[in-house]
Write a protein that binds this ligand. Structure first.
Ligand SMILES: [Zn+2]
Length: 85
């Protein structure tokens, strides 16, 4: 290796930096947009989707409003959904 040549960071180093910054298990990230407050990043199949239909009266008619609640199938905690931009 020549003098002054710098080694590029390896992929593992990149991900350990990611860990340092975000404090999450790196191998789970990038695959999922769902984050459990307890478990960290979780796969979509571990997310429980619950649709709650509310009927709200608006004047003389009723409007259906669907509320989607996301919870973790592993621990039952709340899931935050993140969207990739
Ligand atoms: Zn969980």
């Amino acid at each position: 290796m020549g003098k002054g040549s710098k080694q590029r960071p390896t992929k593992a180093e990149f991900w350990s930096n990611w860990d340092a910054v975000f404090g999450e298990k790196s191998e789970d990230h990038g695959l999922t947009n769902y984050h459990c407050g307890t478990c960290g990043w979780v796969e979509e199949h571990s997310v429980w989707f619950e649709n709650e239909v509310n009927h709200e009266s608006m004047g003389d008619q009723t409007v259906e409003r669907v509320l989607v609640t996301l919870s973790c199938e592993v621990c039952g905690g709340d899931i935050d959904e993140f969207f990739n931009v």
